[in-house]
Design a protein around this ligand. Sequence first.
Ligand SMILES: Nc1ncnc2c1ncn2[C@@H]1O[C@H](COP(=O)(O)OP(=O)(O)OP(=O)(O)O)[C@@H](O)[C@H]1O
Length: 824
Amino acid sequence: MEKKDPGKKPKPKPGRMKDGADPVKNFEKWKKKYNRTKAQVKRDRDQDRDRGRGRGKRPQWQVEREDIQRLVSRYQDINIQDVVKFSDFPISKKTLLGLQDAQYRQPTEIQKQTIGLALQGRDVLGAAKTGSGKTLAFLIPVLERLYREQWSSLDGLGALIISPTRELAYQTYEVLRKVGRNHEFSAGLVIGGKELRAETERIHRTNIIICTPGRLLQHMDQTAAFSASELRLLVLDEADRILDMGFAETLNAIVENLPASRQTLLFSATQTKSVKDLARLSLKDPEYVWVHEKARFSTPATLEQSYVVVELPQKVNMLYSFIRTHLRSKVMVFFACCKEVQYLFRAFCRLRPGTPVLALHGKQNQMKRVEVYNDFLRKQSAVLFATDVAARGLDFPAVHWVLQFDCPEDADTYIHRVGRTARYRDGGEALLLLLPSEEEAMVRQLQDKKVPISQIQVNPEKLQSVQQKLEAFLAQEAEQKQRAQRCFVSYLRSVHLMRDKAVFDVFRLPVGDYARSLGLAVAPRVRFLQRAEAQRAGGEGEGPGGGAGDEGEGERGGASSEGEESEEEQQLRSFKAQLTERLPGGSSSEDGEDSEDDLRDLDLLTVKRRDVFNLTGAPQGLAEAAAPPRKKAERETKYSEAKKVLRRHFQVNTKVTFSEEGRALQLWPPVPRSAAPEDGQGDEDRDGAGIDVDKARERLRREDQEFDKQEYRSKVKAKHRERKLKERAARRRRQEDQGDGDQEDEVLAYLANHSDDEFDPSTLPDPDRPREDEEEEEEQEEDEPPPPPKKKKQLVSGEPAALDTGLSLAEDEELVLQLLSGSR
Ligand SMILES: Nc1ncnc2c1ncn2[C@@H]1O[C@H](COP(=O)(O)OP(=O)(O)OP(=O)(O)O)[C@@H](O)[C@H]1O
């Protein structure tokens, strides 16, 4: 029997559940189930791991294929209303992981609306505001398409992404590398600026190529291993730009080499719907996705936009003042042409505004472009001077301001430029400088494009003038001056080439003042402007009844000439656009560097004559612009001089003296004796039927006499000279014979003569007047023959000894005359 322990509490009996079940048994049951599930999970996990290592029953490719099938089966059920996260799309784990690592979790509107369509294999035209995430909208479908087809390096080129600029291609490539890092495809950047060979070796193994059109075409033409026959997907980023005429021919040539069965995606903030353009791409039932079509504005809501009207000569001052007041901001400044960027960048570096100034344009070499791009990317505050190579697609973080120094070509270009700020969810500001002549038409265009922009005023007193400083720089550096001249010409040319003449009228620009604002003393002559001016004047001059020519005096030319001009302009613009993209900076001197050669229109050495006192009464700028073309100053060569002389019938190399009676006597060239007319004698001879023999004989006699006289005179002169020389030589010999003592006397005498006297500056020769003794010496040197070596030799050589008459020269002459007349 069990004894009860009084100090011990009785052990409670296990209670019963309400339903009468035993809780212990229940627990055991649960435990058993738990262990079973745990073992199952472990088994499944092991199995999964084995599959992952390829040790399982099913190979990796099969597992992947099953995954793909599962994904593809979901494509048709995509409902964008349900999509909140990227993982709501049927996209691969590899892509999702890449997106997650790059901190992309929720798709933007354009991504939501296009990714599904693209996954379904549709051709898509996607348009959405700048900075809205279009890049991922096409990169995700690219990765998924190739993954879906289990593309490998052996399959070659699967997707082609074409960008209008190298920088944009480079940026897209970087995003692709980030997002696609878990995929095994190869991707390559084909943008030029480096050796073609380096790309050639790898291009046939590249699955995704990101390129600029020019370079791609070059490979299509020159690289034998390059083949696009298996291409699955073509993407045109900034499609409207690539489709526009600047790239038209290149793009047509590229598309010809692509298989028609490919899928095509076009993206831009300003999309084209031109049927003609799209027909070139042979899209198949394309889907238009215009995300912000119904939006009130076409630019980001977080962007504040304004414009100021400023006179052309004030623009540089305006820019400087702006930079000085935004030293802590990151600013992008857009210019119309490379030469402007080149000059003003250097000028502003010299002005030291207090913030780093960088420059990006198409005439830089590729390395420089990348360096500047990365530099600006990293900087917290800096100013980037750029051309429109930076207008599209570039995604620099935290740009506070976009300043458009020159009016954009059109509203679309405006939208892309301002889109470099206020990206994704950031805010930003944009300022546009407009000339009074540009304001009305441009503002209207912007309003038509739903751009909310308002005018602001600038306090002219706050403007800081830099003109004098620029003048000083140019005075110091000839190279910089040339840059300023190129900048001037290039800007005018860019204005002249603009299509929209309602906005851009080069003839309304105050060119003289503009040149001075750049630091130039005078405006360089711009030949194309003069030609255009002449053409315009010609057009206006057409008589009445000339159709379009009658429409208004201020209008440009007639219909036909306008047609011709626009064609020329189109060609130039197309050429320019291709250069921007195609040429590597260095070789282009963009510059191209200078394929587009502004020097053609710039007379560096010839500048306009300034009407300093405004004698013409015309306003300075206009007077300069309208100055008649002057011929380029040619170098005066001897040849051209001679031609001029011949043309004017000058008699050269003649020397004529006049006697006291005013009779002309030709001294050089010697007139043939028999031909020398005398006092109308020749005329008589010529007029008479024949020659008067007596008169001729008489004349001959006189001529002979004259000739002999001259001969004798020169002989006598020579004789006198010889005698003098002989005397001098004799003197010298005597001195030598007298010995050293005499020599010393001479030296001493010399020293005595000069040492005791005080120096008298008046004794110095007048440097401005030829010295008499010099003249004498020169004369002597001319007259004197080289010193006769030895008298004996002269005799041996048989030269006649000079006749010594012992008379003076005049007496000698008289004597000879008498002798001569007597001998005849
Ligand atoms: N889903 C996302 N989540 C977070 N950030 C995103 C997402 N998609 C894009 N972004 C960011 O938004 C910015 C703009 O993207 P993107 O450059 O693709 O714009 P875009 O529409 O192509 O602009 P643009 O018209 O100027 O070319 C980038 O910095 C990008 O990293």
